[in-house]
Ligand binder design. Structure first.
Ligand code: CUA
Length: 337
């Protein structure tokens, strides 16, 4: 069998491989963390821009490739200078200028939709998100008779309402990015940036840190849960009231072993401010800012040795505590919903 024959016989396999590979790649385009599966007004604008750019790019590529094939198939003959000059002027100068101006105009026209203007009122009612190494501190402002409250690594939003975020960083630069809701925005120490996003579809989404920030950058994510207005208000009330009590064994262990020196849980008297708030931690989708699934076993694993799950985590290992106490604390925290 000649080389060519061999290659021809192998073609279906190559084709199958290409199709499987494309299917795998495209499978990543749907789901919780994809800008190609928009669930917000701003991300829909970004998605439209992407589609127009891709169609524009493919059309130009097809045009250039056809011209190239056409040129290769014909015998070379000298063109009259006038005809060649006209081709260069129209095809090489006018055409790219028109296409690039159209694409630029479209992108500039979309800018207000991608980065809505933030009036002062929106900035005052903003949800404050602070990047820490390697987790997210989230402060909700007071609204009506609801007081302000803090949580961590999870943002819940009501569907159909613009939410403004004030973005800060404590230590190094992080980047706030919820791909399904919109573009990213840097979080810079000493500066506050504002971003407004309007979710249009309920669901649970994932948001990664989008700027390298240290050893556990890849383990720094938060969940975004877009809810119906009533469910959202009920969640706010539950979180404000907390559920933790010093009267039961879990609450006592958290105080006796000093957990509350760094963490706060509404309901307990001592409230540390340096580590993530743990109020209703059992209801979160993950623990350790997206590092592990939220199960009592994983909470216990994190308590025993945080840095084996998240390199560079500031929480020290607590594997010197009695194993029974670790398991009781993990069970208790996992049950706070
Ligand atoms: Cu925080 Cu990367």
């Amino acid at each position: 069998m000649g080389e060519l024959e061999h290659w021809r016989k192998g073609r279906p396999t190559i084709l199958r491989c290409l199709i499987s590979f494309s299917a795998l790649v495209l499978a990543g385009c749907s789901g919780q963390q994809s800008a190609l599966s928009p669930a917000g007004e701003e991300s829909e604008a970004v998605y439209r821009l992407f589609v127009v750019m891709v169609i524009g790019g493919i059309s130009i590529w097809l045009g250039v490739t056809s011209l190239l094939l056409h040129a290769g198939r014909h015998r070379r003959e000298a063109w009259p200078a006038e005809k060649a000059g006209a081709l260069i002027a129209w095809g090489g100068v006018a055409f790219p200028i028109v296409v690039l101006l159209l694409l630029l105009g479209y992108a500039v026209w979309l800018m207000p939709a991608i980065r809505p203007w933030n009036p002062l009122a929106a900035k005052e009612g903003a949800i404050e998100v602070t990047g820490e190494q390697f987790w997210w501190r989230i402060r909700y402002p007071a609204v009506g008779d609801h007081p302000a409250f803090e949580t961590a690594n999870e943002i819940r939003l009501p569907v159909g309402r613009p939410a403004t975020f004030s973005l800060k960083a404590t230590d190094v630069v992080h980047s706030f990015w919820i791909p399904v809701l919109g573009g990213k925005m840097d979080m810079i120490p000493g500066r506050t940036n504002y971003l407004t996003l309007t979710p249009t579809r309920t669901g649970s989404y994932r948001a990664p840190c989008a700027e390298f920030c240290g050893a556990s950058h890849a383990y720094m994510a938060f969940s975004v849960i877009v809810m119906e207005e009533d469910d959202y208000n009920a969640w706010r009330r539950r979180l404000i009231n907390g559920q933790t009590s010093a009267a039961n064994e879990g609450g006592q262990l958290l105080q006796r072993h000093g957990c509350v020196g760094c963490h706060s849980l509404r309901g307990l008297q001592i409230a540390g401010q340096t580590a993530p708030d743990l109020t209703l931690i059992g209801a979160r989708l993950s623990i350790g800012a997206g590092a592990l699934a939220n199960t009592p076993e994983n909470i216990a694993r994190f308590i025993r040795s945080p840095s084996s799950v998240k390199p560079g985590a500031k929480m020290p290992a607590f594997n010197m505590l009695p194993e029974d106490d670790i398991e009781e604390i993990a069970r208790y925290l996992g049950g706070l919903k």
